[in-house]
Structure formats: structure tokens, C-alpha cells
Design a protein around this ligand. Structure first.
Ligand code: AR6
Length: 209
């Protein structure tokens, strides 16, 4: 029997790496309710909040998160696409928010794939540096930034598999996906990647909720 952690309502599929580390796909769900050690925010370079998941995180987390973001921006001016910074979680149930900036999609010829992969690698690296064990990602760049979900999903998943495999502390990553179409694109991509890439060593468990 698979026992789910509190907070996961609708996991439909998970990847289990040969080390036992897992990547879960959950949804439709709101990432602001997650109880993982960190949640990832799909922010913009100004780090001052916005719409979509960024707006939802700042609304639910309260002013402490924005105050920390302002301090960070005071030092670095702006956060380039593909990079990430960490703040506390304010009033959220999670302890930390990792703010990363996804690429704005311009057709795929402007290093969007590399930047999107970097968002996942850098977020996991920051969580690992803090010795966190779990974090949750939204579908970075697939909303206001226009990245086609079917292109973004395999990049998000393969970069996460790679970064999770080499993490020292992070054991569990969740993709917390807001709507059914995004959830099915990500789960489909996970299955396709396993079939197409023999070097990716994981098994798939399905149908737990
Ligand atoms: N929980 C999980 N996923 C969510 C939530 C939520 N509460 N709300 C929205 N999503 P977007 P981007 C999904 O636009 O494309 C902001 O204004 C949403 O359905 O939030 O990286 C920032 O300030 C979609 O699948 O992020 C930036 O300016 C996914 O999150 C810009 O948008 C990403 O959509 C970033 O654009």
C-alpha cells in the first residue's frame, strides 16, 4: 500500500528513482497549500510579485515574503532567467519559497530550454544547500510566459530527474499542477521520457490518489 503524505490530494503518478527518491505529479491542485519543505515560485526578474502562481504565493504568504524579495533585489538588482533565490515561507505551510524566473517563450530559439532546465536544477540545488528534503514545483513558464506545455514538460522532468539524482538531501519533488490539462501533459511526458531514454533510470507507479 502506498501511504500519501498529508497535503497530497490527487497524485496520479510518481517516478521512483533507483535510489528511492521520488517525483510525484499532483493535481489539479494549488501549490500554496503544499506542505513540502519548500515550494517554487514562477517569479519574474523584478521579484516584486505578479499574477498567476506568483500572485497566489504572495497573497497567501503575506508581506514577509515580499519584504525579503525586496532585500534580495536591493542587492542583485534583478534575477536573470534560469536562476533562483530563496526566502522564508511567511504564512504558508511550507518553510521556504524558492523564487525562480522561467524563460519567456519566443519560439524556442533563444535558449529557453536551457533556461527552463536551469530553473529546476538551481531550485533543487538551493533546497539541497539548505538540507531540505522535499520541494514542489508549479509548471514554470507555461502560463503568462507562454511556454507550450508539451515542450516544457519533458524539459522540466528530465532536468529534475538529473538534479534529484545527484542531490544529497532532497528526496522528494512534487509537480503541483493547477489544471487537468497541465497534469496530463506532465504525466504523459514522464511516461514518454522513460520509454525514449534508457539512461533515465526510474520506474513509474500509477493511480494512487
Ligand atoms: N498553484 C499551482 N499552479 C498555479 C497556481 C497555483 N496557485 N496558479 C497558477 N498556476 P504563471 P509563468 C499555474 O503565469 O508562465 C507572473 O505574473 C498556471 O496555471 O503563474 O512562469 C509572474 O510574476 C500555469 O500552469 O507563470 C511572472 O511575471 C503555471 O502555474 C509571470 O507570471 C505557470 O503560470 C511568470 O509566468
Amino acid at each position: 500500500m502506498i501511504v500519501l503524505d498529508a497535503g497530497v490530494r490527487d497524485s496520479t503518478l510518481r517516478l521512483v528513482l533507483n535510489t528511492g527518491k521520488t517525483i510525484e505529479f499532483c493535481g489539479p491542485a494549488d501549490i500554496t497549500e503544499e506542505t513540502t519543505d519548500a515550494i517554487v515560485n514562477a517569479a519574474n526578474s523584478a521579484l516584486l510579485g505578479g499574477g498567476g502562481v506568483d500572485g497566489a504565493i504572495h497573497r497567501a504568504g503575506g508581506p514577509a515574503i515580499l519584504a525579503e524579495c525586496k532585500q534580495i533585489v536591493g542587492k542583485i538588482r534583478s534575477l536573470p532567467a534560469g536562476e533562483a533565490v530563496i526566502t522564508t515561507g511567511g504564512r504558508l505551510r511550507t518553510k521556504y519559497v524558492i523564487h525562480t524566473v522561467g524563460p519567456i517563450y519566443h519560439g524556442g530559439e533563444r535558449q529557453e530550454a536551457e533556461q527552463l532546465a536551469s530553473c529546476h536544477r538551481e531550485s533543487i540545488r538551493l533546497a539541497d544547500e539548505r538540507a531540505l528534503e522535499s520541494l514542489s514545483f508549479p509548471a514554470i513558464s507555461t502560463g503568462a510566459f507562454g511556454y507550450p506545455i508539451s515542450e516544457a514538460a519533458p524539459i522540466a522532468i528530465s532536468s529534475t530527474v538529473e538534479a534529484l539524482a545527484s542531490a544529497n538531501h532532497v528526496k522528494k519533488v512534487r509537480f503541483v499542477l493547477f489544471d487537468g490539462a497541465t497534469l496530463s501533459a506532465y504525466t504523459q511526458a514522464a511516461e514518454n521520457l522513460r520509454n525514449s531514454n534508457s539512461s533515465t533510470s526510474y520506474r513509474i507507479e500509477k493511480g494512487f490518489s
